[in-house]
Design a binder for this molecule. Sequence first.
Ligand code: SF4
Ligand code: SF4
Length: 424
Amino acid sequence: MPLQDFKIYMERCSRCSYCKWVPHMKMTERKFATICPSIAQYEFHGWSAGGRMVAGLSLLRGRIDYSDTLLDMIYQCQMDGGCDVSCKNQTDLEPLETMLELRAKCVRDGHVIRGHMPAIQSLRREDNMMQSPKAERGKWAEGLDVKDITKDRVQVLYHAGCRLSFDKELWNIARGTVSLLRDAGVDIGIMGKEEVCCGGRAYEWGYQEELARYAGRNAKAWEASGVKMVVTSCPHCYQTFNVLYDKIGMRVNVQVLHITQFLDFLIKENKLQLIKEVPMEVTYHDPCHLGRLAEPWIRWNGVEKKVMGQLIVQDPPKEFRRGANGVYDLPRDLLKSIPGLKLVEMPRIREYAWCCGAGGGVKEAYPEFALRTGLERMKEAETTGAEATVSACPWCQRNLLDVVKTMDTRMKVYDIVELVQQAL
Ligand code: SF4
Ligand code: SF4
């Protein structure tokens, strides 16, 4: 839907600023009451969902023109969707969808962020966002003797995703996942150098055509291979395959699971037994793309109109995505099933979680802002008294590891798979 189709929401935005805060009834302490990293960092209304609603409207009405400041305002935002959840606690608007379309308009109009171009060019040339040669994509699996689905028939495809495929410091997560799945007797394969990006991150940056292109390529490759299931460690890929492909009308006839969902299933089926004590107190960081952004897409074809000058009426009534139906319980269940491990929660969790800082192209174009956002999350994690922060996303892992290097802290950062492995 083009930006014009969100005009009714942009006009309805009342500048109430709910999108900057955790909803009042969910606030647990003043220090961690904000939900929007953008407004917290830049302290000007434009750097919030409400501000971007006004900017989008002004752009459409020709009241403002593109400038470097406007682009920074639009892109200094993780697209994590915290604003969307909070806004919908009091008004049913679509700030996140509006911001996505605002970015798409920027790209269509030729106004792009310079800091994004290396990753976008890499995507177009090498099929990954990591500025690495596609021929090296399967290198993380060297020596594992794992099946290749382009040659062998397998039931389950493990899709590593761009970050795990090329970030050597994180290869242990992908390699550990393959070992775990094989230990559980899963007939698993990978695509090696033939694996391509999901297209989701580029879509978030406004490059909508890339999503359609990679949706088609992935769907075709999976169909040709005959796999029954795709498992990924990356919440961005998980959200893209399950939500964004559906949103653009590309239905894939393969079940896609995040690794936490599949491990939970394998443990419940007694295929994996967690028996070793891991005596540790940890806190869990909800990745935005596994949590509030992973809520299934809801199709709605109706008519919207304004009544009494202000209110919006939908016919038939529209069901909104409010972020509550993401994957929240399974990663926690997984942690709780590890003997000796204690889970303590941060003040902001589930759909009200604070972003790690790496999303929306911020890590690539505004790395300092990404670190500042991650620092706030790690400080929040420290208040729990836990020894470690655990996440289930390689992009969170990368940013939080980078943050920890700048801190004087004893806290560690783990991917959930690393802890499951310790407990086997
Ligand atoms: S986007 Fe929603 S929460 Fe934010 S100012 Fe507008 S109406 Fe209020
Ligand atoms: S997506 Fe995140 S950073 Fe952007 S406006 Fe919403 S809450 Fe703020």
